[in-house]
Design a protein around this ligand. Sequence first.
Ligand code: GLY
Length: 430
Amino acid sequence: MRVMLVGSGGREHALAWALRRSPTVTELVWAPGNAGAEGLCETAGVKADDLAGLVKAAKGMRADLVVVGPEAPLADGVAQALEEAGIPCFGPSREAARLEWSKVFTKEFCVRHAIPTAPYQVFSDPDEAESYLRRGGQGFPTVLKADGLAAGKGVLICKDLGEALEGTARILRRREFGGAGDRMIVERFVSGEEASLMVFTDGERVAPMPPARDHKRIYDGDQGANTGGMGAYCPAGNMSAVQIEEAIEAIVRPSLKGMAEEGHPYRGVLYAGLMLTADGPSLLEFNCRFGDPETQVVVPLLEGDLAEICLACAGGRLDPSTVRWKSGAAVTVVLASGGYPGPYATGMPITGVEEAAAREGVIVFHAGTRREEGFLRTAGGRVLDVTAVGESLAQARERAYASAGHIHFEGMHYRRDIAAGAPSEQSVIQ
Ligand code: GLY
């Protein structure tokens, strides 16, 4: 099968790595890709937001399947554009991807289909939102959410009225999130254990992935600014097999049924951000694609053929028994540029990647790199995802950190506590 992969980060390098290992894949082209493609697959110089260019490139290679990494092209309708050209796409249609690109849609959808989620109110007028908050709103702390895509930054947890008024000003008055902040949700804060669950789905059938957990803050101990993710581990032992099943029955299946009933069957990866409460799981948010950096720790544990699974999802014929998982665990440590998540320089020469990747159980996924005159250089805030698999989380962690120690670039920094103190590995799906 000829496969085209869309995207350019560490998530996509992990997908490229897994697709390349699929016995059914005869040709793999990654658009636009990054320096991790070297020795792995061809790249196409088409950006992920160039829909016409992607369709042309997919037609040009006579692709049997296109796998889409990031949410933006899905929200722009790349799946329909490809399907109109007769090319199956792994990833939902624009309408189905609305579960990620409109948080207001998702809340209203949850109400329509009795899917557990926190109570909320929607506002577009800042005066009305402020008056509602002053009257007590949904209580404090409270959660404010910009409606649209905001690169993971549009959710504000506000501990009191003062913070909530400032959050409202950021979203609805100063328009810090642009059009994503045309509408804002005021949501009741739900306490419990946060967990995330990704599933493969063909719109009806569901195959869960083992739960993975990311680390969003820049510094050890979950301190400092939010980032795109500084590391992840899998399995995240904070979700038991029973809780996974509960989340599938209470949230995932009703959502798939609801989307189908509303005329927008959902195919691809559905990523559910959950709060596990005393009363069962509550939906925080959906993503319409693989998590980043969760993918980097999930796909190394996949035993099935990723390309076949993706094609079956796209074609509405997923057989969940083909989605099998290895025992063991995986840890990824993100090596970031100096200054990230604030402003940072790029173009720093990187050394030690080959030595790091030669260690047992280690795969170094590239996130923000480029090759220039034969030298590997930094090209983004998150530069490399040093991933290791092992028989246990402890072994995977030890391997990932030992490997990261070989790599150097000016300003490089990373967290030292990825997967430290992680709960037990009870939730591996066999
Ligand atoms: N790691 C969270 C996400 O991919 O949205």
